[in-house]
Design a binder for this molecule. Structure first.
Ligand SMILES: *Cc1c(COP(=O)(O)O)cnc(C)c1O
Length: 374
């Protein structure tokens, strides 16, 4: 049966290498911070061009480590889009800071610069100090980092890039991982670069921040483990997961190419019928999702029912924006409202997308969608 994300097809390409890697870890037995962790961190640095790559336990911790390293806390406002996975916002209140929700640009689904400016003014009126922005590379497309860097510089804020979905993408001359003061990613299995469990990483060009994150991820350690310099957490990537990721990273550039070919093929077939994803000039997406909007005259439910009855997997990312969720409804937001987040949540749906999707399966999804319109 067709898979939404086919991890088995990927594993079949590299199973022998992964088995050998796992065996090597079982042989040396350094399960925590073993040699594969260092090997992976060097390979990640080289791959994206970030001076420092520090792995950790998951993508949520990566964001939390970023906020802790930037010393964000009580009285601070941290801005993020409301159309994202909950983890983006979840880490903010846990530092004592206040999340402030921002609308998205309807063309890219990423944080909107104008809405951000309104949200900053609103936070200041509430006596909050604008401290940081967490931009999200939603569905794999890098956010508008030039515009965001300018706003952050003008307001003396720090910029965090949540590249859980967009790691491996390109923003003009830069790979994601090098954008913002700190960038983060997740190695959750379904992400474009995933392991076989939980995992994450933090990237920065700044040595002081890198040293701090290295300490924070091991209980705030100083020169040795029983010398605590700061309050930290326990957030390390398992050696086994690092070993698996070393092999997955080796084929990642080729997979990004395949993802882009598959996305281009969807767009060529569906572009005149649906609102297809927009990729601004100079940007490369990693296509964590290939997301369409239902046309005005066809309810999304009808399209999803047609796909499901043809056994074509389909997903809705995300059905409810964060500012409308029980846990987040009381936090401040752009005073003009988050209309584009709400429209997106009501209209989007995502098609099967992974580097091993066959033309045959893709054509089937395309045909079912076309027929459902008429
Ligand atoms: C998956 C994801 C995260 C969290 O990653 P985990 O590894 O699951 O903790 C954070 N932000 C975004 C945008 C994500 O998609």
């Amino acid at each position: 049966m067709m898979q939404f994300i086919d991890l088995a097809a990927q594993q079949a390409q590299i199973r022998g290498k992964i088995d050998a890697r796992i065996t090597a870890v079982l042989d040396h037995g350094a399960y925590i911070m073993g040699p594969e962790v260092t090997e992976l961190e060097q390979a990640l640095s080289e791959f994206c061009g970030a001076k420092h790559a520090l792995t950790c336990a998951n993508g949520t911790d990566a964001l939390q480590l970023a906020l802790m390293a930037l010393e964000v806390g009580k009285g601070d406002a941290v801005f993020c889009p409301a159309f994202t996975f909950a983890a983006t916002a979840e880490v903010i209140p846990s530092t004592g800071a206040t999340p402030v929700f921002v609308d998205i640009d309807p063309a890219t689904f990423n944080i909107c610069a104008d809405s951000l400016k309104r949200a900053i003014a609103h936070a200041q009126e509430q006596n909050l100090t604008p401290a940081a922005v967490i931009a999200v590379d939603l569905f794999g497309l890098p956010a508008d980092y030039d515009a965001l860097s300018e706003i952050c510089a003008a307001s003396k804020m720090r910029l965090i890039a949540d590249s859980a979905q967009g790691f491996g993408g390109t923003y003009k001359t830069h790979r994601t991982g090098t954008l913002g003061d700190i960038a983060t990613t997740s190695f959750f299995p379904a992400k474009p670069l995933g392991c076989y469990g939980d995992g994450g990483a933090v990237f920065t060009q700044n040595e002081d921040l890198a040293d701090k994150i290295a300490s924070l991820r091991v209980h705030g350690k100083g020169r040795h483990k029983y010398d605590c310099q700061r309050i930290g957490m326990n957030s390390r990537l398992d050696t086994l997961q690092a070993a698996i990721l070393c092999e997955k990273l080796a084929i990642f550039p080729e997979e990004i190419r395949s993802r882009n070919e598959i996305a281009a093929r969807y767009t060529a077939a569906l572009g005149n019928l649906f609102c297809v994803p927009y990729v601004p000039e100079g940007l490369v997406s990693t296509w964590a999702q290939y997301t369409l909007r239902a046309p005005e005259d066809t309810p999304r439910e009808k399209l999803i029912a047609a796909l499901e009855s043809a056994q074509i997997p389909v997903g809705i990312y995300y059905p409810k924006p964060l500012h409308q969720q029980t846990a987040y409804a009381s936090f401040p937001k752009d005073p003009r409202g988050l209309r584009e987040c709400e429209i997106a949540a009501a209209t989007v749906f995502s098609l099967p997308m992974h580097p091993y999707l066959t033309d045959h399966d893709q054509d089937q999804a395309i045909e079912v969608l076309r027929d459902a319109l008429t």
